[in-house]
Design a protein around this ligand. Structure first.
Ligand code: NAP
Ligand code: MG
Length: 489
């Protein structure tokens, strides 16, 4: 741990509307992936006792928040949106320093956070139930959606503004109180997001923020008897643990995990557009999106032409410090991500795939203490290779050559995951077949695998997700329970 100096900002937990220090005297450093000697900020290394206070705050606040009503709760989110909007530049810069995505991407993500808040603020004025005909024509039968209670929110580092907000905003508008633990790798950015909620003046205890290790605070939230539901986004290993514990406790859970997202390039695809979309899908955010493109399955007739153009365009990508103009791709977000990506490059080579470009660690003064690697493309990848099966979460493409669309769809489905998948084709029959047969929650035609819109359901099939969908009006399913109410005069 780097010695504590006064210039480095320290962020506290937010419990019962107060910023408080943890009971422990230790702090956790958030390190910049652009320079491992730069500490972006420090956060609390919280204890079980801190967690207990956090959960009790949320529990105590739950009745009044529920009683306030959906319309009034929505009004708070409009305020948070305005505050976040005024802080986009500061928060985006923090995000770039903390986890490396380029500044324009970080600004785009923060602006998306604002839009998500406004969407759910609007939910405050939308319906939360139905009228159902009763067999008794003198009775009224309705459903009403009510809050679940205290919701535990655990998030990853790759979208440190958007993911917390797409969980916090619906949790709050539908009347739940929250215990939120962000990824330690991006906890400073998350603390700044919580500052925006705090400035909006939510009632005491409605939103509580606690930082600390996944195995203590994360696990503690999941196991806590007064937490009524858990929403988690992160790795498959931790996600499966969340599911088991939630099932044992008989509580609701929603878990978003990994992906191994395929893109099919049919022989009738537009070459320029498909190359551009594959590059954006695979290498934006340094490949660290759960919807990032990682298997590119190409029909033999177009394979050589596609590969040549893909390599040519990939080699133009500028890698470096995401705060600088002209940089297209930043570093891997942390030393452990950097090591994982390097190890998969070696695994791919050992398995017999050919690395045709990239995969090099950048040398030289400006890269010296950062986690920079150039975007990599492998060819001659067989479907059973680890680089074709496992989520790398880095800037690595596996090229797979196939004879026809049938074989392409089989290759695309040959994975335990099912988050996002795309096809590039101008043939209606091919895209109809693809959208029917592909096992993915997000199906994209002539568009990159990594685009999502906040007003549409988000989530995957197979090992990618469990529980109901996030975002859009689909989020209501997780954050509410249904009461069926029968009324007779
Ligand atoms: P991770 O290691 O699973 O961490 C996610 C969160 O869980 C962090 O807040 C972490 O805290 C916490 N955590 C760690 N161990 C825990 C435990 N035993 N109990 C409870 N919580 C625990 O994942 P990550 O490395 O941050 O994120 C990368 C992964 O997220 C990738 O696999 C990616 O595919 C997935 N992802 C999925 C989606 C999606 O929507 N499907 C979106 C984005 C990312 P600490 O940070 O303190 O360890
Ligand atoms: Mg970091």
């Amino acid at each position: 741990m780097v010695p504590i100096t006064s210039e480095i900002a320290t962020f506290k937990n937010y419990i019962n509307n107060e910023w408080v220090d943890s009971d422990s005297t230790k702090l956790l450093d958030s390190i910049s992936p652009m320079n491992k000697n730069e500490v972006v900020g420090r956060v609390q290394n919280s204890t079980q006792e801190d967690l207990e206070k956090t959960v009790q705050a949320a529990r105590m606040a739950k009745e009044n928040w529920r009683k306030m009503g959906q319309h009034a709760r929505g009004q708070f989110l409009f305020k948070v949106a305005n505050i976040l909007e005024a802080r986009i530049d500061d928060i985006a810069e923090t995000m770039t320093r903390e986890m490396g995505k380029t500044l324009p991407e970080a600004k785009g993500e923060t602006a998306r956070g604002v839009a998500i808040l406004r969407y759910y603020a609007g939910e405050g004025m939308r319906k939360n139930g139905d009228v159902i005909p009763s067999s008794d024509n003198e009775a009224l039968m309705i459903t009403k959606r009510v809050p679940v209670g205290v919701v535990g929110i655990i998030t990853p580092w790759n979208f440190p503004v958007a993911i917390p907000i797409w969980k916090l905003a619906p949790a709050l508008v539908y009347g739940n109180t929250v215990v939120f633990k962000p990824a330690t790798e991006a906890a400073v950015t998350a603390a700044k997001v919580i500052e925006c909620f705090s400035e909006a003046g939510l009632p005491e205890g409605v939103l509580n923020f606690i930082t600390g290790s996944g195995s203590i605070i994360g696990q503690g939230i999941i196991e806590h008897p007064q937490v009524n539901a858990i929403t988690f986004t992160g790795s498959e290993t931790v996600g499966k643990g969340v599911l088991k514990t939630a099932a044992d406790r008989g509580i609701k859970s929603q878990v978003e995990m990994g992906g191994k997202n395929p893109v099919i390039i049919a022989k009738d695809a537009d070459l320029d557009k498909s190359v551009e979309a594959v590059i954006s899908g695979a290498f934006r955010s340094t490949g660290q999106k759960c919807t990032a493109t990682s298997k590119v399955i190409v029909e033999a007739d177009i394979y050589e032409a596609f590969k040549e153009k893909l390599v040519q365009e990939t080699e133009k990508i500028t890698v470096g410090n995401g705060l600088n103009d002209g940089i297209w791709m930043g570093p891997c977000a942390s030393e452990s991500q950097f090591n994982t990506v390097k190890s998969y490059i070696e695994i791919g080579k050992k398995e017999g795939a050919q690395l045709i470009t990239g995969g090099e660690v950048l040398q030289g003064e400006e890269y010296e203490n950062g986690f920079y690697i150039t975007p990599a493309i492998f060819e001659n990848v067989k479907l059973n290779m680890r680089i074709a099966q496992e989520e790398i979460f880095g800037p690595v493409i596996a090229l797979i050559k196939v004879a026809d669309i049938q074989e392409a769809i089989q290759a695309a489905n040959n994975t335990i995951y099912g988050l996002s998948a795309s096809i590039f084709t101008s043939n209606i029959a091919s895209f109809l077949k693809f959208s029917d047969e592909i096992d993915a929650g997000l199906v994209r035609v002539n568009a990159e695998s990594a685009g999502v819109e906040l007003q549409a359901p988000f989530g995957g099939m197979k090992a990618s997700s469990s529980g109901s969908r996030e975002q859009g009006e689909a989020a209501q399913e997780f954050y509410t329970e249904i009461k069926t109410i029968f009324i007779k005069g």
